[in-house]
Ligand binder design. Structure first.
Ligand SMILES: [Zn+2]
Ligand SMILES: [Zn+2]
Length: 114
């Protein structure tokens, strides 16, 4: 049986016809990396998609539970994600620091002037 290749790059192998391979999916996500003006939701959503694709950092299983959020400390915003791997052999639990950004004036409700 002929191996099935990615519909985008035609090189990466996939399980089902019409799928996009891992490298292409990762590239697609990276292309949408949050910029300076990204909202907290956009940042969290970007990293959860990225991490979901990369899988558990212990066993690389894609099937894990997570809770992502943000905490503010000393004028910095820490985007974090708590991961709980559901694979019984792994069962890893860890906190993943996604990104640190400086607080902006609009974060405290003040509009920045041009
Ligand atoms: Zn591909
Ligand atoms: Zn795991």
């Amino acid at each position: 049986m002929k191996p099935i290749t990615c519909r985008k790059c035609d090189k990466g192998l996939v399980k089902v016809h019409g799928q996009v391979c891992y490298a292409c999916r990762l590239e697609e996500i990276e292309n949408n990396a949050p910029d300076e003006d990204a909202t907290d939701e956009e940042i969290v959503s970007y990293y959860t998609k990225q991490r979901a694709l990369l899988g558990c950092r212990e066993c690389e299983d894609k099937n894990f539970g997570y809770e992502a959020g943000m905490k503010i400390e000393n004028g910095l915003k820490y985007y974090i994600m708590f991961v709980q791997c559901v694979k019984p052999e792994c069962n890893a639990q860890y906190m993943d620091l996604l990104e640190i950004r400086e607080m902006r004036l609009r974060d405290v409700g003040i509009e920045e002037s041009e």
